[in-house]
Write a protein that binds this ligand. Sequence first.
Ligand code: KG4
Ligand code: ZN
Length: 352
Amino acid sequence: MSEEPLVLGIETSCDETGVGVVRGEKLLVDAIASSVDEHARFGGVVPEVASRAHVEAMIPTLERALTGANVALGDLDAIAVTCGPGLAGTLMVGVAAAKALTLALGIPLYGVNHLAAHVAVDIVEHGPLPEPVLALLVSGGHSSLLLVPDVTDDVRPLGATIDDAAGEAFDKVARVLGLPFPGGPHIDRAAREGQITIDFPRGLTTGRDLERHRFDFSFSGLKTAVARWVEAERQAGRDVPVADVAASFQEAVVDVLTRKAIRAAKEHGVADLQIGGGVAANSRLRALAQDRADAAGIRLRVPRPALCTDNGAMVAALGAQLVAKGRSPSGLDLPADSSLPVTLAHVPDQIG
Ligand code: KG4
Ligand code: ZN
């Protein structure tokens, strides 16, 4: 390979059909089709609806990506695809598409971990990842703290949510407040007009809870506390101050996330913190993380919001790293694994 590897990445783990193209550490294109509007009236992603939307969007999104990157299929050196974790039916669409393309083109296939890809995407934004980097991964399905010595094959979980993911909590609280799905961006926006007037609980941050769950998160108690508070206001015949509730809830979430992330970085002697996943698009999380990282002497890296939510660029970014580091490709028997463990950054050929 004379030039750096040209890798196409396919993402279908939830409701975004993403196709990205990366050359080495440079992002050429990030094409997205989302079925989010089709799920809004159900208040959450409906797997069958999402799967069918992926089937319909795959070819047009692929074509858009190739045109945008100004490359032909025949130019590609490899194809990477999210093979887990995620919704089984939606993952299968992406994996099948990637297998068909690699078989037809005679190029390697890399089945990659969605979570590691959320970390790797920052390479196309801010350059090579420091090794190690401490990653806070906050999305609709996951809230994890990861120690990452090498995003291609050494990802160590330090803690995770023991109940709801951070994004799930945003979505559920938005529903309580009568805001549309997905709720995160709406709460973010509403909170800018409000004040932090209510002291909502911070789960697993004190006493024995903290001892036992030093780097774990819990958001279900917070969600219930918000629902009870809102209900009490309604029963008392008062108008719910949506902006203030949004600001107070959001503050409780981002306070815990940033506090634990900074503590994990300090205790593990890691000087760089990276934040990824859909919730990393949150403006208050970005601001508070920057303040606290500055105060602790830790460097912070957060990709632009469009690269924080699910996309194909992140898959291509991790794929390009795997190619560059000479990791072995996946076999054509690569399964879609809805509960792929975070410790497996990619799934090499089992038979060899
Ligand atoms: O990473 P992502 O696109 O998909 C998953 O892998 O889950 O994350 C989606 C989640 C949703 O729960 C959404 O409400 C949340 O990210 N989100 C936000 C914001 N933008 C998206 N949460 C808080 N503030 C935002 N600005
Ligand atoms: Zn995600």
